[in-house]
Design a protein around this ligand. Structure first.
Ligand code: CO
Length: 164
């Protein structure tokens, strides 16, 4: 089921989300629906539960492996913790909750994130560049932080119209 993505201004996006205590059927269904919603967004690479109105600590993301079908790139991480951050890089970010905008944001270049996947296994993800950026951006949603809070303000601008 495709879920409604809530937009900037909705206070749910500003709450600190709660830990997932148990991997219930409802949580698994939520994850499936979030994957479907992310896939249907076209250009999104990550979606956090607060963005679909649920203040729980989980998000879905694409591993960006273009050898795979888009749906096979999607993974979930529950109760993620960023264990390590190294380096710095400035890059462009957008957010499905702030459609049509982007800005430059400084993030750690490389991260190690631990959490649980949708099968209940503990996972440790080592990521860099865009995937590391995605994981940090989605993690921030669980803390009620949005990218525009930490972006270089003068770089916030509308996406360009697609050239014909
Ligand atoms: Co976002």
């Amino acid at each position: 089921m495709i879920l409604e993505i809530i937009k900037y201004g909705n206070p749910i996006l500003r709450n600190k989300s709660e830990e997932v205590k148990e991997l219930t059927g409802d949580i698994k269904t939520l994850i499936e629906n979030m994957k479907e919603t992310l896939l249907s967004s076209g250009n999104g690479i990550g979606l956090a539960a607060p963005q679909v109105g649920i203040n729980k600590r989980l998000f879905v993301y694409s591993d960006l492996d273009d050898e795979k079908e888009p749906k096979d790139r999607l993974h979930a991480i529950i109760n993620p913790v960023i264990k390590k951050k190294t380096g710095k890089e400035i890059g462009i970010e957008g957010c499905l909750s702030i459609p049509g905008m982007h800005a430059e944001v400084e993030r750690a270049y490389r991260v190690v994130v631990e959490g649980m996947n949708e099968d209940g296994d503990i996972v440790r993800i080592k990521a860099e560049e865009l995937l590391a950026r995605c994981l940090q951006h989605e993690y921030d949603h669980l803390e009620g932080v949005m990218y525009i809070d930490i972006a270089e303000p003068e770089t916030l601008e509308p996406d360009e119209e697609k050239k014909k």
